[in-house]
Design a protein around this ligand. Structure first.
Ligand code: 6OG
Length: 159
């Protein structure tokens, strides 16, 4: 019943340091998801591919330039009372140039891949992050209350 809803496209990318088993997260300093840790990303613009949007947002928000992207999953978020669903394309990258820098939007910080700060992340993240660790691709759908915290329904599966 949600398939005919309008969707807005977003990207979310997690830079990995596989040798050290670390992932770079950003503390969001403003806008949607403020005061939460997340990967880097944002809205896909009309003129660009989803992958290009992911690389652009990574660079704008962290200073890193991805040399490759691994597609990991698609997340759909439905917020109570909001007629537009979010369709978020999730990537990881193990190859990038540059050094992470703090920007107006994000304060970057490395975390152990098995020690994610889930208490300071979106409520859906612990439900699909394990599939990233296992190298699995996934599709997830989450229905949030308008408190932006409570998930009333979810469908998450590897694909
Ligand atoms: P900007 O407002 O920065 O794009 N995003 C979510 N990420 C996770 N892990 N869980 C959610 O649960 C999210 N909702 C949105 C997508 C917003 C950024 O935040 C991500 C984008 O990378 C509801 O342009």
């Amino acid at each position: 019943e949600h398939l005919q809803m309008a969707h807005r496209l977003y990207t979310l990318i997690f830079p990995l340091d596989r040798q050290a088993n670390r992932v770079l997260l950003g503390m969001k300093k403003r806008g949607f998801g403020k005061n939460k840790y997340n990967g880097f990303g944002g809205k896909v613009e009309a003129h660009e591919t989803i992958a290009a949007g992911a690389m652009r947002e990574l660079h704008e928000e962290s200073g890193l330039s991805a040399r490759s992207l691994d597609k990991h999953g698609i997340l759909f978020f439905y917020f109570e009372g909001d007629s537009v669903a979010m369709e978020v394309h999730v990537y990881v990258t193990g190859e990038y140039a540059g050094r992470a820098v703090e920007t107006d939007e994000m304060r970057p910080e490395w975390f152990d891949m098995d020690g994610m700060p889930f208490e300071k992340m979106w409520a859906d993240d612990p439900e699909w992050w394990p599939m990233v660790l296992e190298g699995k691709r996934f599709v997830g759908r989450f229905w949030f209350k308008n408190d932006m915290v409570t998930i009333t329904r979810r469908e998450v599966a590897p694909v």
